[in-house]
Ligand binder design. Structure first.
Ligand code: SAH
Length: 516
């Protein structure tokens, strides 16, 4: 009775994968059977009908030819068959396409390695060795491992895997574009622009009171007085960033730059030179929009499409973390913690003792996953111990190389006893062996500008999101208002109020308040 070739079923699964997996079919075997039979009818075989058991056997056969092409979940007996039925939970179309090619006999034609039919009978290790050393120009063989040279083996093992390449490509396609403005290198331009902009005292006052204020009002002045400068300089002010020297009455004629620049606490009385960074009005050209790209393949840590699960809105709890019941927060794929270490410096917020920080029940927050801990000076050692105590192993150390307002590395930081600190350290701990981490996408160095006291660069969030995915639950301990982000729960005592979205968290928080 059954005369349907499995290649027909493979075609059907490839074509209808999204229909099969999405509502109303949702992988249901009986509905799938009806769909398949009517598809066969529409196609070429109007008289042939496949039974439920036959369909099951065909899928088992497909999986035996191309393992795990169709994922089946077992269900109880159904009305149409006495045997157990199954539900399709996933279809790997790449594997099905590969099988389709093999069934069509394409595999031999398209074999990258161009193995001759006869040579297939030989020892596969020797084959691999030949293949690799053919590619290798230096055929030096130091040590032999199963017929392969050590050099060849090492090179082979160092090649990124398909999974890594896929994750990198996905990160490239989905990472949002951030504008980078070119900086004008012609000092004369900045001087001319500063003369026009800062001709009035009240503008200097406004600029220095709020040095980060947007440049729109200065651009209005430049437009009004554009006849006072060459067209070339005016055009440059629209296209490139300029650092305009600010002259105060107490500024010396050629005093040199203030080491702290825009982070100087005594700007109005400081003798040294400060700048206002005027960003251009024209946006730099954006590369072609990536979010329109059809990302049909899945990488670990990411959902297949955002329709399956939305990234939760930002959530936060203003609290003293020493008294928060951590187990109520649930489990997280990633944690960032920037503890208020007691580093014997005057800081605009309260700090915690080492023992208090080490006693936080961070071990309750993850079964497996990553933690990123900001440390500085002597807290590097305490941080290492804390990670160990909470059940992590140190996997990496990262650094943030700080840039100043002029995008140069910082030479006079505010911290450091023997050497001026121009970088900060992050410890990366891993718990368990999470196979779902996207590895080898980013590097262990962040080069980025400083902002308010203790504020950390946003690049860290982007990195963590590439490693564990945007949809997974993520926690930041000791965060402030500017740190809250979609997909993250932020806790810290300088946050404003409480905002929770996840029902589980809302319930837990209500319970906590009731118990209080
Ligand atoms: N990473 C942050 C800076 C964190 S500074 C950023 O990028 O801006 C440390 C923060 O921890 C400060 O806001 C401080 O007020 C807060 N803090 C100190 N002790 C705390 C405690 N016991 N509970 C909660 N937050 C605390």
């Amino acid at each position: 009775m059954m005369s349907v070739n499995i290649s027909l079923l493979v075609d059907f699964l490839i074509q209808k994968a999204s229909v099969i997996l999405q509502p109303p079919v949702n992988g249901d075997f009986c509905l799938l059977l009806k769909l398949f039979n009517s598809w066969l009818g529409d196609k070429i075989l109007p008289d042939i009908k496949v039974s439920l058991d036959e369909l099951h056997h065909m899928i088992v056969e497909i999986n035996s030819l191309s393992p795990r092409s169709v994922l089946l979940d077992e269900e109880g007996p159904s009305a149409l068959s006495s045997v157990k039925t199954f539900k399709i939970s996933w279809i790997f179309d790449v594997r099905l396409h590969a099988l389709r090619d093999r069934l069509d006999g394409k595999a031999i034609k398209e074999n990258n390695f161009k193995l001759k039919h006869k040579s297939r009978q030989k020892d596969p290790l020797k084959q691999l060795s030949k293949m690799l050393s053919d590619k290798n120009t230096t055929k030096k063989i130091d040590e032999q491992v199963g017929g392969l040279s050590m050099e060849v083996c090492t090179k082979f093992l160092q090649e990124p895997t398909a999974m890594v390449k896929l994750a990198r490509e996905k990160a490239r396609l989905t990472t949002p574009f951030k504008p980078i403005f070119k900086v004008c290198q012609n000092d004369k331009h900045s001087k001319v622009l500063a003369n026009v902009c800062f001709s009035k005292k009240d503008i200097v006052n406004a600029v220095t009171r709020n040095i980060h204020m947007p440049g729109t009002s200065l651009h209005k002045i430049l437009f009004q007085y554009r006849s006072l400068m060459s067209p070339e300089i005016y055009a440059c002010s629209q296209e490139k960033t300029h650092n305009l020297p600010i002259k105060f009455s107490n500024s010396e004629t050629s005093p040199g730059d203030c080491s702290y620049l825009d982070t100087c606490h005594k700007m109005r009385s400081c003798r040294y030179l400060h700048y206002y960074t005027l960003t251009p009005t024209k946006q730099p050209e954006k590369p072609p929009l990536n979010n329109k790209v059809d990302l049909s393949e899945y990488t670990i840590g990411q959902c297949y499409t955002s329709e399956f699960r939305e990234v939760s809105a930002p959530q936060w709890i203003s609290c003293d973390v020493r008294y928060l019941k951590f187990p109520l927060l649930g489990k997280f794929a990633a944690i960032i913690s920037d503890p208020a270490w007691d580093i014997h410096m005057s800081l605009p917020y309260g700090t915690c003792k080492d023992l208090e920080l080490m006693s936080l029940p961070v071990d309750k927050l993850q079964d497996e996953g990553i933690i990123i801990l900001w440390v500085t000076g002597r807290s590097i050692d305490v941080g290492r111990k804390a990670l160990h105590k909470w059940g992590y192993r140190m996997s990496n150390e990262m650094i943030w190389i700080k840039l100043n307002q002029l995008k140069r590395t910082i030479v006079t930081g505010r911290t450091g006893h023997w050497l001026n600190h121009s970088k900060e350290h992050l410890l990366v701990g891993v718990k368990g062996n999470p196979p779902w981490l996207n590895r080898l996408i980013d590097v262990d160095t962040i080069v980025s500008g400083t902002r308010e006291t203790s504020r950390k660069p946003d690049e860290v969030y982007d990195m963590v999101e590439r490693i564990v995915g945007k949809h997974s639950r993520k926690l930041e301990i000791f965060g402030r208002d500017h740190n809250v982000r979609p997909g993250w729960l932020t806790i810290g005592n300088q946050l404003t109020g409480v905002s929770l979205q996840e029902p589980m968290l809302l319930e837990a928080y209500d319970d906590l308040l009731e118990r209080k």
